[in-house]
Design a protein around this ligand. Structure first.
Ligand SMILES: NC(=O)c1ccc[n+]([C@@H]2O[C@H](COP(=O)([O-])OP(=O)(O)OC[C@H]3O[C@@H](n4cnc5c(N)ncnc54)[C@H](O)[C@@H]3O)[C@@H](O)[C@H]2O)c1
Length: 413
């Protein structure tokens, strides 16, 4: 980490500030920030003491080696493509692309550029997920047959409004399947599988149990069944139902492993049936695994250490000039699970393929696919973000949302 510093710029000063704070620890030097929200940018620029830009093209003109994208969730692909074309390495927050057509363009752009693209899926780097990968590779549970991944994160109406300033903010419009990467990345990372098809069902918001003082037009949750390329099945669950849950389980041909549901949830439970036990092997063991490398830095980082490892492995990939594990193809695979699952939800669970964009022949079939639930793409044939169709927030909800946005200095629609 003491080698020549990689000059990095961050786009988006919300979530982006956690990347900004991590730069130095991984041998990067933060040199610029970019955001269109001027006041937030000014404050962030002062805190970090670096150049600030409201215009992305000008920001790319700064002397930078790498760009970290933490701008709006569904606008990463066009920003990544521009940065790659300008010769920058890219780390992108989830999701990788908002449509299949964008995914095709992104995969091609990464290949053409020869630069590093890193998909910043921090949930793959929890202490217990890294340990699950180590155990899996050592044959502890054999081959995966069934896996579960849950990322369910409920918030109250006030927090919802604070997180989503603007009637058209992306959080107010993402279908509940569109945030699958936190549930999916540990499954792919532990087992080295890729998803090949999905069947999904959506769960609409209920009139009775919602406070409804927010302006979300999407469903509250979804369950996705995912066929993996070794024949196994994974169940993904999320997104905002009551009962916070970050949980992963793997059933294999020789045992089971999962993180604990209660108590120390970053502890791991490994289980073997009586007839599978090897000599001296306990039927059950529960322990809190250490991080495999740099535990002192990981323990201080957000998201269970994951925020350290995404930046760390991004910097490592640049220094070694080798594609990272969370490369563009895995980023697109995970992202497509969410998009294709929404297609499945709208047909009440019919199977939908997850195309493999590693292959140009497959890409050609999807390069014009611009199916999108976002307001800027609305036209006949585009989906709503709820299986109930168009949802109109109440005047009370809009008034309350506007009062929260005013408090935080948001002046847009
Ligand atoms: N991995 C994680 O644990 C995690 C956690 C939080 C957020 N995220 C992801 O990080 C991203 C950002 O999340 P957030 O909560 O900060 O979202 P946000 O919508 O609150 O913030 C996005 C920021 O980008 C800025 N922005 C938008 N368009 C821009 C443009 N054209 N040029 C420059 N700046 C622009 C906005 O002004 C805003 O400050 C999302 O993709 C989200 O999914 C990931």
């Amino acid at each position: 980490m003491a080698e020549k510093k990689i000059r990095v710029g961050v786009v988006g000063v919300g979530r982006g500030m956690s990347f900004a704070g991590m730069a130095e620890q991984v041998g990067m030097e933060l040199v610029a920030l970019c955001d269109t929200w001027e006041e937030k940018l000014r404050q962030a620029g002062q805190r970090c003491g670096v150049a600030t830009y409201t215009d992305y093209e000008e920001f790319l003109g700064h002397d930078l080696d790498a760009v970290i994208l933490a701008n709006y969730y569904h606008e990463h692909a066009p920003f990544a493509i521009k940065a790659l074309a300008a010769g920058k390495h890219v780390m992108s927050e989830c999701i990788a692309c908002k449509t299949l057509g964008e995914g095709v363009a992104l995969a091609r752009a990464v290949e053409k550029s020869g630069r590093i693209y890193f998909f910043a899926e921090n949930y793959a780097y929890f202490n217990y997920v890294q340990e699950m990968r180590r155990l899996y590779q050592a044959g502890e549970i054999g081959e995966v047959q069934y896996a579960e991944g849950e990322y369910n994160h409920p918030v109250d109406s006030r927090t919802m409004n604070l997180l989503s300033p603007g009637l058209n903010h992306w959080r107010n419009h993402i279908p509940p399947t569109y945030y699958p990467t936190h549930a999916m990345s540990p499954i792919m990372f532990v087992t080295d599988t890729r998803p090949v098809s999905v069947n999904a069902l959506s769960i609409p918001r209920s009139e009775q149990d919602e406070q409804r003082l927010h302006v979300r037009r999407n469903d509250i949750g979804a369950v996705i069944l995912c066929r993996l390329n070794n024949g196994a099945v994974a169940r993904l669950m999320g997104l905002m139902m009551r009962g916070h849950s970050i949980w992963y389980r793997f059933h294999g041909t020789r045992g089971l492993m999962e993180n604990l549901r209660t108590g120390d949830q970053s502890s791991l439970r490994v289980l073997h049936e009586e007839w599978d036990r090897r000599e001296g092997e306990p039927a059950e063991r529960i322990y809190h695994p250490e991080f495999p490398v740099h535990p002192e830095l990981a323990e201080k980082a957000g998201h269970g250490g994951g925020d350290f490892f995404t930046s760390y492995y991004f910097a490592e990939a640049i220094r070694r000039n080798e594609p990272p594990y969370l490369d563009v193809y895995r980023g697109i695979d995970m992202t497509l699970v969410g998009i294709q699952a929404w297609r499945s939800c709208l047909t009440n669970g019919a199977p939908v393929e997850i195309p493999d964009f590693r292959q140009e022949s497959v890409r050609r079939q999807y390069e014009n696919d611009d199916w999108s639930p976002f307001p800027e793409d609305r036209r006949p044939g585009q989906p709503w973000p709820s299986i109930k169709g168009e949802i109109t927030p109440s005047p009370e909800a809009i008034a309350y949302a506007r009062s929260v946005w005013a408090e935080m200095g948001y002046t847009g629609e």
